[in-house]
Design a binder for this molecule. Structure first.
Ligand code: SF4
Length: 476
């Protein structure tokens, strides 16, 4: 096993001692694949699932969930300028009035939805994502908050979170968000090095991150997440090491460490990194990952799974320990199985056995609403087999293990008998110490943790490595 810790200052520096990270294994096993925020992955959704199917799904969900709580997601797609690495669905504009019309569209979508939805169902979670939610002015944020409060009732301890761009956060926006009751915030930092920031077209002095975190905490935000990206142009071990020092000084409750996804066939702006020869090699990118992961673990953060780290006293770390972690389109969550009602372009909703995604352009979105129906582009009704496999994939992604007896008792799934072929397919992962398998269950080892998705892929009936090379990002 190659154990490695890399010293800042050297792009290919000598390996010393980080236990439980084997770069050679990662080189051999990391392949493009789904992130399993859903199972089946969104690439399996089809246009056959239309607005009529969506309305039927909402009605069925009222019945299935028997007034159970719901989660909300609101997609706010506007950004003032394009960060060249960006893979999000967004619209670049400086015209704040674009958001006025969009808020009216969101209201129309909400009204069509709540006409079918059991209104007695409380909201236990709301997330504003983007794009840049803080593109909205304070008045626009207040207007949107009022629309949401008019149509939904929140539980007393509902989680209300928002993605923040520290470059454009003002005190008046924070005041408006605080009035609405936000208690969680996720700040896009990415990298604090000025050269990297210039290369990615996102100039963001670290003082802005410090100021944003301070304003949010003073406004009552009790959980701050910071997003970082490794594998960016001009990033070195030294620069990333410094970025991590900077962000750790803010004492975030959670950190996300995303792998830069280079997909220029989907996001042409990324070609500039190739033209300027600024991207780290895949080998250097792995070393950046190793360094970042080591620094976060050394600082006491717990590896929750995939790209997520949390302080040991954070709810996510406690839920992981207790085996009560869940995974949805926003990543890991402590809230179990609430149906997700998502609004806005490209957003994805889910009920117990369906997924549905909205259209991606503003024109299509508006014209569906003008016609009085939900702006659905595609979706999926899960088969019984999909539901069974989803249980296995999600337990692996959250618990890193399958407890065969517990699964049979709780879900009726006899993993050893029903998934013997999948278990047999793990022999290479067993031989390399990525998983342990015996009659009691399957466990992903600490060594295998960075390859969690690769283990889950073995239970994914729809996954085909040959077909997905250009549809998914690398698993590390
Ligand atoms: S602010 Fe966020 S969503 Fe907007 S372009 Fe930059 S990375 Fe993409």
């Amino acid at each position: 096993m190659i154990s490695t810790t890399l010293s800042p200052g050297s792009a290919t520096g000598p390996a010393t001692s980080l236990p439980l990270l084997d770069l050679d294994l990662i080189r051999r096993y990391a392949i493009p694949g789904p992130r399993y925020t859903s199972y089946p992955a969104a690439t399996q959704f089809t246009p056959a699932f239309d607005s009529t199917a969506a309305e039927a799904a909402i009605l069925a969900d009222n019945h299935d969930a028997a007034a159970g709580p719901i989660s909300l997601y609101v997609h706010l797609p506007f950004c003032e300028s394009l960060c060249w690495y960006c893979g999000c669905n967004n619209f670049i504009t400086r015209n704040r009035e674009s958001a006025d019309a969009y808020i009216s569209d969101l209201e129309r979508e909400i009204i069509i939805t709540v006409a079918k939805l059991d209104r007695s169902r409380p909201v236990e979670q709301l997330h504003f994502g983007g794009g840049t939610p803080t593109f909205l002015t304070a008045d626009q944020l207040r207007r949107l908050a009022k629309i949401i409060r008019t149509h939904f009732t929140f539980t007393a301890n509902a989680e209300i979170s928002v993605e923040i761009d520290p470059r454009q956060l003002t005190q008046v926006q924070v005041d408006a968000l605080a009035e609405f009751g936000i208690n969680r915030a996720s700040l896009g930092v990415q990298d604090t090095n000025p050269e990297v920031q210039a290369a990615i077209h996102r100039v963001q002095p670290h003082s802005l991150n410090v100021a944003a975190a301070k304003m949010l905490r003073a406004a009552g935000v009790t959980s701050v997440n910071l997003d970082l990206i490794y594998g960016l142009p001009l990033q070195t071990l030294a620069s990333l090491g410094r970025t991590i020092e900077d962000v750790l000084a803010l004492r975030p409750e959670r950190l996300s460490l995303f792998s830069y996804a280079h997909v220029p066939w989907l996001k042409p702006a990324q070609r500039i990194f190739e033209d300027r020869h600024q991207l780290p090699t895949s080998e250097q990118k792995l070393e950046l990952f190793a360094l970042a992961r080591e620094r976060l673990l050394e600082a006491g953060y717990v590896d929750i799974g995939l790209d997520h780290f949390a302080r040991p006293d954070d709810e996510l770390a406690l839920a992981q320990k207790a085996g009560t972690l869940h995974r949805n389109f926003q990543g890991y969550s402590t809230r179990a199985g609430a149906s997700l009602y998502a609004f806005g372009v490209s957003s994805i909703s889910s009920t117990a056995n369906t997924y549905r995604q909205n259209v991606k352009t503003l024109e299509e979105y508006r014209s569906a609403l003008d016609a009085g129906h939900l702006p659905i582009e595609r979706g999926l009704t899960l088969t019984t087999e999909d539901l069974r496999r989803r249980t296995l994939v999600m337990r692996l992604m959250c618990d890193r293990r399958l407890d065969f007896a517990a699964l049979e008792r709780d879900t009726g799934i006899d993993v050893s008998a029903d998934y013997a072929r999948e278990l047999a397919s793990l022999s290479d992962l067993v031989a390399d110490g990525i998983v342990e398998l015996d009659e009691e269950g399957l466990r992903v080892t600490a060594l295998g943790a960075p390859l969690l998705r690769v283990v889950a892929m073995r239970f994914d009936e729809h996954f085909s490595p040959a077909a997905t090379g250009k549809r998914h990002a690398m698993s590390v």
